[in-house]
Design a protein around this ligand. Structure first.
Ligand SMILES: C[S@@+](CC[C@H](N)C(=O)[O-])C[C@H]1O[C@@H](n2cnc3c(N)ncnc32)[C@H](O)[C@@H]1O
Length: 253
């Protein structure tokens, strides 16, 4: 545990996430809404595909998931190698510990100040964190720079973000405006390019995920609907690669 309670930013974050982040609420959100579950599963499958494509056959990977929450990613990484998760919220980490049966290393830390040496991990991932960095003191670019710093040369940084044109996000944006609250931080290809400008990497690939569900304002769907959605997504992702409910970004350092 590396939490420095004298750091004012950290004190504010702990206050905010101690109250707001509920593992039960997050797992409910993910688990019981078929469309959300479908999109997340699609995202995680693509991400695992990118990691496996880059992996040498006998290589044990050193993986880090930033903002690991209840361990949705790290439970899937355990068979790939040594897995570490960091999150600011203690309650999320407690749930992650249960979900991984204690098989991952979990640490409470701020994504903007990762407690690792340069060039430590083969793969660094992050999902559904950058959208939540919408406070005045938050800096998503700093998180990306930190992920880059702790990744080994020739390693991979893979993160996913929701786009602002996904229908529920448009609604959430309008609601935030009406309630005079800060909207969540949604993304576009242009914004990702701005955030990664000036970084010295071998390559960057940005791909849209699940283009058809951009137009769905609700999260309910039957199993047969999901199957049709999947078929359409498989086709559309090839024809309109930069458009989708989410973007998956792969940076090779
Ligand atoms: C929406 S959840 C996503 C969890 C997980 N990545 C997933 O996809 O299931 C966002 C997580 O980011 C964490 N978080 C927010 N700000 C953070 C920060 N500055 N540093 C580390 N974790 C943070 C929250 O505590 C929460 O667990």
């Amino acid at each position: 545990m590396t939490t420095n309670h004298t750091n004012p930013r950290l004190k504010r974050l702990l206050k905010r996430y101690g109250k707001e982040t509920s593992p039960i609420r997050w797992d409910f959100f993910v688990g019981y809404r078929p469309l959300v579950r479908y999109r997340m599963e699609r995202q995680i499958k693509k991400l695992l595909g990118l990691i496996k494509t880059n992996q040498q056959s006998d290589q044990e990977l050193n993986l880090l998931d930033v903002g690991c929450g209840t361990g949705r990613y790290i439970t899937r990484f355990l068979s790939l190698g040594k897995t570490v998760g960091v999150d600011i919220s203690k309650s999320m980490l407690q749930q992650a510990k249960k979900n991984t049966n204690g098989r991952a290393t979990l640490m409470q830390a701020d994504a903007e100040n990762l407690p690792f040496e340069n060039n430590t991990f083969d793969v660094v991932t992050c999902s559904y964190l950058l959208e939540n960095l919408n406070g005045p003191e938050d800096n998503p670019k700093k998180v990306i720079n930190e992920m880059y710093r702790v990744t080994k040369n020739k390693g991979q940084i893979i993160f996913t973000v929701e786009t602002w044109y996904l229908m529920p996000n448009v609604i959430s944006y309008v609601m935030s405006f009406l309630k005079r609250k800060r909207p969540l931080n949604f993304y576009s290809v242009k914004k990702i390019k701005e955030l990664t400008k000036g970084m010295d990497f071998q390559s960057i690939k940005i791909r849209g995920l699940s283009p058809i569900t951009v137009f769905f304002p609700w999260a309910r769907a039957s199993l047969s609907m999901i199957k049709s959605i999947e078929r359409i997504d498989n086709k559309l992702e090839k024809f309109i690669p930069f458009f989708g409910a989410q973007l998956i970004v792969e940076i090779k350092k």
